[in-house]
Design a protein around this ligand. Structure first.
Ligand code: E4P
Length: 217
């Protein structure tokens, strides 16, 4: 499973990118709204730094508007992926972009049937939202497993992005459940490094090194 970072904050993207683990970035209108910046300028900055897919979401609700916006977004850089909502209009736009060779990420997926529809419309990625399903007492991870099984049975190449990640256990479980990618907020990515035995081990090694008898290296 690859890591995308789920943020429009450039400092967070730069930091996570410097760890060498980031294969892509996802944004959404709520994340961009927090930043108080020009969306297109931010996308230019991100695509200059990150080689992999950078998802940029359309705002229009009709296919014609989505196609216009999506083409403008795709013109910013070759690694822009146009993010589209899981609606009939979104899928019309998705199938148009598939014919034009523009990558798409169909978002707000909450059922396996939605994922299958999006895949058949030519989506490059589908984004099932784990955390939001968990929030309403449903099993988000079960959805990932079901989509992964369906895509395997039918040899569907659309990649599954586990989205709406809330905590580190979501990452492990998404990887085991067959997600191709997880898109993770910076806060959760940082948590993945932590283990008390790692800290204790470093402390112990340094202590032993500093107490050694031989003063030469
Ligand atoms: C990513 O593509 C989604 O927009 C994002 O993961 C949603 O996360 P949230 O449910 O925490 O807003």
């Amino acid at each position: 499973m690859k890591f995308f970072i789920d943020t429009a904050n450039f400092e967070e993207i730069k930091e996570a990118h410097s760890w060498g683990i980031i294969s892509g970035v996802t944004t959404n209108p709520s994340l961009v709204a927090k930043e108080n910046i020009s969306f297109h300028d931010r996308l230019r900055e991100i695509t200059e730094l990150v080689d992999g897919s950078v998802s940029a979401e359309v705002i229009a609700l009709d296919a014609e508007g989505m196609i216009k916006e999506g083409r403008e977004l795709a013109a910013i850089a070759p690694n822009i992926t146009v993010k589209l909502p899981m609606t009939p209009e979104g899928l019309k736009a998705c199938s148009t972009f598939a014919k034009e060779g523009i990558k798409t990420n169909v978002t707000l997926i909450f059922s396996a049937n939605q994922a299958l529809l999006a895949a058949r419309a030519g989506a490059t990625y589908v984004s099932p939202f784990l955390g939001r399903l968990d929030d309403i007492g449903q099993d988000g991870m079960e959805l990932i497993r079901t989509i992964a099984d369906i895509f395997t049975i039918h040899d569907i190449k659309t990649e599954i992005i586990a989205a709406s990640i809330r905590h580190p256990q979501h990452i492990t479980d998404a990887a085991l459940s067959g997600a191709d990618i997880s898109t993770t907020p910076f806060k959760v990515l940082k948590m993945l490094f932590n283990h008390p035995l790692t800290d204790k081990g470093i402390e112990g090694f340094l202590k032993d090194w500093n107490n050694r008898n031989n003063s030469e290296l």
